[in-house]
Design a protein around this ligand. Structure first.
Ligand code: GDP
Ligand code: MG
Length: 314
């Protein structure tokens, strides 16, 4: 059966790019919209590496959200690929969701992004995220500051919080309204276009960033070596099989390896425990996880290594 045949008249679909500086909450907002964690987030800037597509299907529309790496000044090959990928997506979508961090007054970086979008002739919706962190008086001032920044661009502005969900429904509704007519492009049950292997690797990388903070900034990559179904406790019913996952954490130096492993393996244990919990939510079943740490010098500057780990330059 063709999917397109089953689409009611007036169905809408389209691509939406989330654009914003690093750390404004793009990935958190995607997870809020989708209702589960498919994009990793972290207090450390530049967490997102892959161009993830999140898919939100309703009876009347299908939105395909592109989570892009934040726009910033690149320092090495990986950085260049990330910025390339963010800028390229601007020209390929139906709507731009421009996200600002409302904790801060608009700055030079925000103006830079605004100028990238100003003459593109694309519908833009603006989200002022992290609104939960503002006091009432502050919020009033901040709203006016961003209104002034946007000047004569008549883009709708939505204060919201990707953490507690306030304002997110209105934002989603606005995006749905602005979609062009079109068929369902993905099966309705699909929420992400990333292979599970990449999602699982990302959940481990998230825990490394979370627990090592500034010490292992961006020199870490994760490779899933093996995923296999292990027999569950109840062999007869074969219910709840355990999924065994073997993965390698790649770092750039020996000292980083020592940090990731920690005293007597304590850090690696923390990382493994955190990742296992997140993976169980994703897979909805028990996980057995084994982690290795390996030094792979300068992996960020080697095109073959980048491609192997899934960081395509497109
Ligand atoms: P990205 O780089 O734009 O993808 O940003 P992330 O989604 O990784 O978020 C960066 C940090 O901001 C994380 O620590 C999030 O928990 C936090 N964050 C994101 N959205 C909100 C929000 O609405 N309110 C608050 N208080 N924190 C947020
Ligand atoms: Mg992100």
């Amino acid at each position: 059966m063709s999917l397109i045949n089953s689409i009611p008249e007036g169905y809408k679909s389209g691509f939406i790019s989330l654009i914003g500086r690093p750390n404004v909450g793009k990935s958190t907002l995607i997870n809020k919209f989708v209702g589960k964690k498919i994009a990793i987030t972290s207090p450390v800037a530049q967490t997102t590496r892959n161009r993830l597509r999140a898919i939100i299907t309703s009876e009347t529309s299908q939105l395909i959200l592109l989570d892009t790496p934040g726009i910033h000044k690149p320092h090495h090959l990986l950085g260049e690929r990330l910025v390339e990928s963010a800028c390229k997506s601007i020209g390929e979508v139906d709507i731009i969701l421009l996200i600002f961090d409302a904790c801060f007054s608009p700055g030079k970086g925000d103006l830079f992004i605004l100028n990238l979008l100003r003459n593109k002739n694309l519908p833009v919706v603006v989200a002022l995220n992290k609104w939960d962190l503002l006091k009432k008086e502050q919020a009033k001032i901040r709203f006016i500051e961003y209104q002034d920044l946007l000047g004569n661009c008549s883009w709708p502005i939505y204060p919201c919080s990707a953490i507690n969900g306030n304002g997110c429904d209105f934002l989603l509704e606005e995006l749905q309204n602005k979609l062009p007519l079109g068929p369902q492009l993905y099966p309705p049950e699909m929420t992400s276009d990333q292979p599970q292997r990449i999602l699982l690797a990302e959940l481990i990388r998230e825990q490394v960033l979370l627990h090592t903070r500034q010490e292992i900034p961006h020199s870490v990559a994760v490779k899933i070596d093996r995923i296999e179904e292990l027999p569950g406790k109840n062999q007869n019913t074969k219910k709840n099989p355990v999924i065994g996952i073997l993965a390698t954490i790649l770092v750039e130096t020996k000292s980083q390896k020592l940090i990731v492993i920690g005293k007597g393996g304590s850090m690696l244990k923390l990382i493994g425990q955190g990742a296992r919990l997140e993976m169980q939510l994703l897979i909805d079943g028990p996980i057995y996880l084994e982690l290795f740490v390996k030094v792979s010098q300068n992996w960020r500057s080697k095109p073959s290594r980048l491609s192997e780990l899934g960081y395509q330059g497109d």
